[in-house]
Each structure stands twice: as structure tokens, then as C-alpha cells.
Write a protein of this length. Structure first.
Length: 193
């Protein structure tokens, strides 16, 4: 039995949950999300107590044990997304690096000879606090927010992948809470041979 899967998911008052067959649709103040549950996992909606119970039909099967906790976590993330939302804060380090939002795309200048563009997926909002870096010490700061945690995390990972932080000067795109381990670099000695 999955310890996470056994926990019931509490439904807030502003959230409405509907189930049609294996499909679960969750609607809240920030939007609506839909999930098709795995056939081996059973989802019960208890409206009287305001809970969602996720049940494992075959507790001996290893794949069913894994899916039990995963389905419960996905449903809990959907409820959090439509009621509170998710956000990913990111930073951009490097002299002359900048970010802007233009025509439904994120446009990044990150040291290449051309700007890098990525289309913003539907349901994700971009908020740019500081558009350009100032030297290597003051980063550009921006944030992605949305209701779908999976889509938000995937988009943030794709943006970070454009120019991951390098270990010597720390230039590149990173998450705001990410720690980049720095290397010392070459040390030149001025001695005679």
C-alpha cells in the first residue's frame, strides 16, 4: 500500500469535482483541469465529507502500487492548481543577457549570435520583474505561473535548458532557489622554471 495514495485529498469549498468514467475534471477560481485516471486505479469522490479517495484494485502488483501514489499526487496538484496556482521563479545571470515577452513568445538574449524564442504554452503567464542583467552580479528576474504543475515545470525546464548555469562565473538561466557549485578555474603562478 502506498502511504501517499492512502491519504484522502481534501476538496476546498471553491473547488468543484466531476467524474465521468475514468476522467476527473476539477474546476476552481483559477480555471479547470482534467485527468484521465489509469484503469487499475479507482477514484471515489465523497461529496458529503468533501474528500477524494484513490483506491488500488491490486495492492500486490508493483505497478499498481506506484500508480496509486502518483494518481493521488496528480489529483492533489490539480486541486492546488485551480485554487491557489503554482509559480516558478527564475534568474538570468550574465553581462548583456536579457529576457522579454513578445507576441506570445519568450525572447531571450543569452550570449548566442541570435535571440532564442520559445512559445508560451496556453495557461502559463510570464511576469518579468527585472528584464536585463546588470553585470554578472545583478540578475534578470522573471516568473512563470499557471494552474498545471506538470506543464509549468516542463516549460521552466525547457527555458533553463537553453543556457544552463556554467560553474566558473555562474552565467546562465537558473531557478531562483538553485545553488550553483562554483569551480575555481586555472591558477597561474609566476615562478621560474
Amino acid at each position: 500500500m502506498s502511504r501517499i495514495g492512502k491519504k484522502p485529498v481534501i476538496i476546498p469549498k471553491a473547488v468543484k469535482v466531476e467524474q465521468k468514467g475514468r476522467s476527473v475534471k476539477i474546476t476552481g477560481p483559477l480555471g479547470s483541469l482534467q485527468l484521465d485516471c489509469h484503469p487499475r486505479i479507482k477514484v471515489k469522490i465523497d461529496d458529503s465529507e468533501g474528500k477524494i479517495l484513490v483506491e488500488n484494485k491490486q495492492p500486490q502488483n508493483r505497478q499498481c502500487k506506484q500508480l496509486h501514489g502518483t494518481m493521488r499526487a496528480l489529483i492533489a496538484n490539480m486541486i492546488t492548481g485551480v485554487s491557489k496556482g503554482f509559480e516558478k521563479k527564475m534568474e538570468l545571470y550574465g553581462t548583456g543577457y536579457n529576457i522579454k515577452e513578445q507576441g506570445g513568445k519568450v525572447v531571450l538574449q543569452v550570449g548566442f549570435c541570435h535571440p532564442v524564442e520559445r512559445v508560451i504554452p496556453k495557461g502559463i503567464k510570464v511576469n518579468i520583474d527585472v528584464a536585463a542583467t546588470r553585470g554578472n552580479d545583478v540578475p534578470a528576474r522573471f516568473m512563470f505561473s499557471g494552474t498545471d504543475k506538470c506543464l509549468l515545470g516542463q516549460f521552466a525546464a525547457e527555458i533553463r535548458k537553453i543556457r544552463p548555469p556554467e560553474p566558473y562565473k555562474g552565467k546562465g538561466i537558473r531557478y531562483a532557489d538553485e545553488h550553483v557549485r562554483r569551480k575555481v578555474g586555472k591558477a597561474f603562478t609566476s615562478g621560474t622554471v
